[in-house]
Design a protein around this ligand. Sequence first.
Ligand code: WTA
Length: 658
Amino acid sequence: MAESEKSSALSALSTESRAFPPSEEFASQANATADWYDRADSDREGFWAEQADRLHWTKKWDTVLDWEPPFAKWFVGGELNVAYNCADRHVEAGNGDRVAIHWEGEPGDSRTITYADLQREVSKTANALTELGVGKGDRVAIQLPMIPEAVFSMLACARLGALHSVVFGGFSPGALKARIEDAEAKVLITSDGQYRRGKPAPMKENTDEAVEGTSIEKVLVVKRTETDVPWTEGRDVWWHDAVDGASDQHTPESFDSEHPLFILYTSGTTGKPKGILHTSGGYLTQSAYTHNVVFDHKPGESVYWCTADIGWVTGHTYIVYGPLANGATQVIYEGTPNTPHEGRHWEIVDKYKVSIYYTAPTLIRTFMKWGEDIPAKYDLSSLKVLGTVGEPINPEAWMWFREKIGKDNCPIVDTWWQTETGSQMIAPLPGVTATKPGSAMRALPGISATVVDDTGTPVGNGEGGYLVLDKPWPSMLRGIWGDTERYKDTYWSRFAEQGYYFAGDGAKYDDDGAIWLLGRVDDVMNISGHRISTTEVESALVSHPTVAEAAVVGASDETTGQGIVAFVILRGSASKDEAKGEEAIKALRDHVSKEIGPIAKPRQILVVEELPKTRSGKIMRRLLRDVAENRDVGDVSTLADSSVMDLISSGMSESKED
Ligand code: WTA
């Protein structure tokens, strides 16, 4: 291919010289060691077979992998029951009294669920669902708050070989309806209401609207907020009637390794949400493996907490399947991090002596904004490993996490993966890797990822390009529900010749070959012919002491093609008036220029109170581009809070006037 095309891969601007190796003490007790990389490379299928042995199979597989690109089958011929693996077998191993879930409700109520309780609850739920007509291959939609019944429901579906489709509790009736219709779900599990920032909010009214005129035959309703709800006789069933009265004995059936486990919808950039399909044996294998090695999880010792919502893939893999397959003791928290106060997470860490804490960069930046004196009030000495997921983490936020939460004593694992990959793909091994603030480092043992240019050729160290996965992996998506063409087209057409999976993310290698994620390629800016990632400019801004969070976009510019427009949120301690002044803005622009070069100097910087984010916390740069280019703001239906756009737009016009 032509040179000109090659040069359009991403620029790599920032450099990072800090690296933090694990302490000797940590390294010496770690679950995975450095030799795992070579071991996995020299015999990938053997390596994955070894990982599959973490599970209980009722029939052993004949073949590890059957790969007919882009369709993979893992552990072919094997049979297992996923729910048995997540509950019963721990009880049978004598760990029935071990706590599976320390559940903390938003209003302050709590529940303790042991593995024996979990086995009973899942069995009862499975019996109740059978009674409601759910069987193998049926689809069950679930829209629930973060309550234990959400876990019971998912595992009960898995136990019956039914597919769950969990829809985030904050999604609108329209969004739920579209997902119910696409999957042709038979039963919906929901609740009367849900707590939102300390107050009960309705749920059943919305779900009633969603099920109207769909394939839903029965609605199973958990009582959570004790709110009065509309009721449709013959269709609606109370959880406490159907489940509490059901037998707690249930014999799990074995299913094929490739039996579908769940559908999870992901919105993608445009159009109809994609129903990402995952299956059983491969998904559970990689989920259990990564949860064990990436978090250095020790069953019976570690207290694990993943702060994601069950409605996202992180909640599926790292609240339900990975940890429970590994017999983990975990915390599940129902509410928001500032209810009733901004120290709630640290209070919970302190209360349950949490040792592994897995969260999102957006939340870390929010904690930074709230100020370090808040976590300082709590005893966080139980923490051993910290993890992040969902977005690139800015080096400054990483350092803050390390110092203020981990007290310089906890490895941080920045984990890159997607709904489509099913579980973690690129991440440090905490007992092995000398981590660099902001880098996901390298593909895990058994996984192969490469950064390539437009032509599919790997780029060199110090260069940027597109992140691809060049070998199949056990927890990979098996397709898009009902749309094979879209599956091939979305993920496999960009580098069809090479047969690479294209993740849609930009990335670079640093001088040591570590991988740095640079954001979605759709967000890349083109400044005077240089392709610059939003992530690097944002990180440069966040490295300034007054900035807590930043979002940058490329806005059309007569001279440079695009110009960089930045939106910044200040840290709690920064004086608003001073930091907003002309001098301060100039200082920020100069800071970016100094950190990563004059080419990346923002044309305009706007101080804002909030940024538009999806409900899972990802910044919606598309909307900011609309503002920066003075267009009417486009579709805001997936925004967590649509009013922030009005505020930002009005701030933008003010800044134009001065
Ligand atoms: C982004 C979440 C940088 C990325 C598990 C990916 C990340 C998308 C990271 C998937 C990370 C996730 N560093 N970027 N550690 N983790 N992403 O499907 O753009 O909600 O493609 O899955 O989030 O988001 P999803």
